[in-house]
Design a protein around this ligand. Structure first.
Ligand SMILES: CC(C)(COP(=O)(O)OP(=O)(O)OC[C@H]1O[C@@H](n2cnc3c(N)ncnc32)[C@H](O)[C@@H]1OP(=O)(O)O)[C@@H](O)C(=O)NCCC(=O)NCCS
Length: 164
């Protein structure tokens, strides 16, 4: 049996080479190169990378604590939750796959990794949420079962209870 093609691990800013990462989104490439180190140091984001056997970064995503306004959730969902103004969530702030690795299931695998990481945390969160950067990203998340907030364009969520 061949080993899995990628290994998802926390970004090691000293060991992993971020300079060559090229997705279709220049801002997401720049973020990985120039900003993520500072965000990790300040504890405003955690970053996880998919590494190839050669230790190249094939994709990455970030996670951080967040909250959803109860009033923004679809009424059928909100009705089943406690009457607090907000519900806890985990935000996947960024997700990108290097162009050499797209279309092979890595984006979906990174999303699954993020969902499982959030779902098995000891700190409770109701959902994984995303702010999709464009219409294609919205479609990508819908394809994976995410639900859009009725009145907040491009913000989607997936309840973590359904992941476990
Ligand atoms: C979006 C992105 C992460 C997808 O990565 P990928 O590795 O090519 O995606 P996958 O190969 O894992 O695709 C997984 C599934 O999603 C589907 N999919 C991919 N892009 C899609 C889109 N824009 N709309 C609908 N479905 C999409 C694929 O058809 C595939 O379906 P299947 O599992 O039923 O076969 C990648 O194209 C990327 O980095 N884009 C630029 C950054 C970006 O848009 N990030 C998104 C969030 S801000």
């Amino acid at each position: 049996m061949s080993p899995p093609p990628y290994r998802v691990v926390p970004l090691d800013v000293a060991a992993h080479d971020r300079s060559g990462f090229t997705s279709t989104s220049a801002p997401l490439d720049r973020y990985l190169r120039e900003q993520v180190t500072q965000d990790i140091r300040r504890r405003v984001a955690a970053c996880f990378v998919a590494l190839t056997h050669e230790q190249h970064i094939a994709g990455y995503y970030t996670l951080a604590s967040a909250s959803l306004l109860l009033a923004d959730l679809p009424p059928a969902t909100a009705k089943k939750l406690p009457r607090y103004p907000t519900v806890p969530a985990v935000r996947m702030g960024r997700l990108a796959v290097d162009q050499a690795h797209t279309g092979q299931g890595l984006g979906g695998a990174l999303l699954a990794d993020a969902l499982h990481r959030a779902a098995r945390s000891e700190i409770a969160a109701y959902a994984l949420m995303v702010d999709a950067k464009d219409k294609a990203a919205v479609e990508f998340y819908r394809h994976h079962g995410f639900i859009g907030l009725p009145d907040v364009a491009r913000t989607l969520f997936l309840p973590l209870a359904s992941v476990r």
